[in-house]
Every structure is written in C-alpha cells, then in structure tokens.
Design a protein around this ligand. Structure first.
Ligand SMILES: Nc1ncnc2c1ncn2[C@@H]1O[C@H](COP(=O)(O)OP(=O)(O)OP(=O)(O)O)[C@@H](O)[C@H]1O
Ligand SMILES: [Mg+2]
Length: 228
C-alpha cells in the first residue's frame, strides 16, 4: 500500500523543491520509506554527459534517499523553459501513459510518495495534437495537493487565485505551507491570517530562510497523504 500527495506552488521558484526536501526528510527521519516523483523537469544540468534532474537530486540529498535521481523523473529536459516548450524543442513529447507507468513503479518501491509539480498550477506539459496540462497529471494520479506559497507582498492574491483555480477543477488543496516566512515580520503574520481566512485552508507550516527542519507534527503530515 502506498500513499501520496502532490506539491504545487503559486509560481515557479516559490520553493516547491526546497519545501519538498524538508517534507521528505521529515518522513524519512521518522523511519518511513519515503520517495519522490516529478513528471517533467526542464532546466536539467548536464554533468559528465549525463542530464541530472536537479530537483530530484536536491530532495534525495537533503532527505538522505539512496536512489538515482533519474529514476524519479519521467521527462528530463535541458532547456530551461515550460515543459511543453522544452518538449517541442527537444522533440520528446510527454506521454501520459509513461507518467502513469513510472508512478506505478515507484508505488511498489515507496510507502509515501511526494510528487512535485512543475511551475505553478497552470503549467502546460504538451501542446500539439494533444493537450496535457499539469492538472491532468494531478487528476489522473488521483492526488490531493499541498500548496507552497510565498510569505511576501502579493501572496494573498496568488494564493487565493491558485486555490480557486484548483477548486474549479475539483482538485482538493489540503494544506498550505508558507515559504520565506519571518516570524518577526508583521506583514508575514497578517498574510498567514488572511490566507487562512480567504481560502479556508490551514497553513500547516511556515518555512524560514535556510530552514533545516519542517515544524509540523508527523502524524498530521502523514494524514495529508492519500492512499493510492
Ligand atoms: N526557505 C528557503 N531558504 C533558502 N533558499 C530557498 C528557500 N526556498 C527556496 N530557496 C531557494 O530558491 C530557489 C528556488 O527554490 P525551488 O527550487 O525550491 O523552487 P521551485 O518552486 O521548486 O521551482 P521549480 O518551479 O523550478 O521547480 C532555489 O535555489 C532554492 O534553494
Ligand atoms: Mg522545483
């Protein structure tokens, strides 16, 4: 039996990988067989002729997972643009069946799989004769979502918009994690209050600059994962 959750963010670079690293580390440190998966990664680094999926490598390193990062990402593109565009440039279109197969393979290897999205919630993965959006992956894998958001000015707007968009597609956002949070900043504290008020979704953790531990109860964290 495996459990899983999908991590998305209000934008690219908001800290999905950073926060996912802390989540997977928390699970791994408590003795859980924790894994990571990402359907499509663009902006991979070429090292000694090998394309390295940087997000997967980062999470494995931080959490102490002994796995080749290449095994945790279905599509690895070097071009640092949206996956649909990288796929067109590199002539390697995304096939949803490969994503399902790879995810199923990981299900037999890991107990708790944390799946990271690409970009924000509106992220095209394929646009040609077929259209595949990131939200199609969330729905096909039947996952709920943890939303990583910023704590800075503008976050009320981007958080509420993302939650409303998810709702429109019947995607369930279970929890919010605020990144770059400063407990002494009155605006960050107010942003947390307003985000909870306007979305009705709990902020389960705040993550400060260079945080090394996710301050959340492990039982509560595990409860967010859905059996798949
Ligand atoms: N709390 C933090 N403290 C220090 N650095 C951070 C923090 N959050 C994010 N970063 C850094 O900011 C950069 C962007 O973060 P990250 O890679 O996690 O974003 P992302 O949402 O996963 O982006 P992508 O859409 O490319 O997957 C990285 O260099 C990361 O190490
Ligand atoms: Mg990332």
């Amino acid at each position: 039996m495996s459990k899983s959750i999908f991590i998305t963010g209000t934008a690219t670079d908001v800290g999905k990988t950073f926060v996912t690293g802390l989540i997977v580390k928390k699970l791994h440190d408590s003795g859980i067989n924790a894994g990571y998966y990402k359907a499509a990664l663009s902006g991979a680094e070429k090292i000694n002729g090998r394309l390295i999926p940087v997000d997967a490598k980062y999470v494995c390193d931080v959490a102490g997972i002994k796995e080749k990062p290449e095994n945790l990402v279905s599509y690895i593109y070097q071009t640092a643009v949206s996956p649909h565009l990288a796929a067109q440039i590199e002539k390697n279109p995304i096939d949803i069946n490969k994503i399902i197969q790879d995810f199923n393979r990981l299900k037999s290897n890991y107990e708790y799989i944390t799946v990271e999205g690409s970009g924000g919630i509106v992220c095209p993965l394929r646009i040609d004769d077929k259209i595949i959006m990131l939200t199609d992956v969330i729905k096909i894998l039947n996952l709920d979502v943890i939303l990583v958001v910023s704590s800075l000015l503008g976050t009320i707007n981007s958080t509420v918009l993302t939650v409303e968009y998810a709702k429109k597609l019947n995607i369930s956002v279970k929890a919010i994690i605020m990144n770059y949070f400063d407990k002494d900043n009155f605006m960050h504290l107010d942003n947390k209050k307003q985000i909870e008020k306007f979305t009705g979704i709990p902020v389960i953790a705040t993550v400060s600059h260079n945080e090394s531990n996710l301050d959340v109860d492990i039982t509560k964290l595990k409860q967010l994962y859905k059996e798949i």
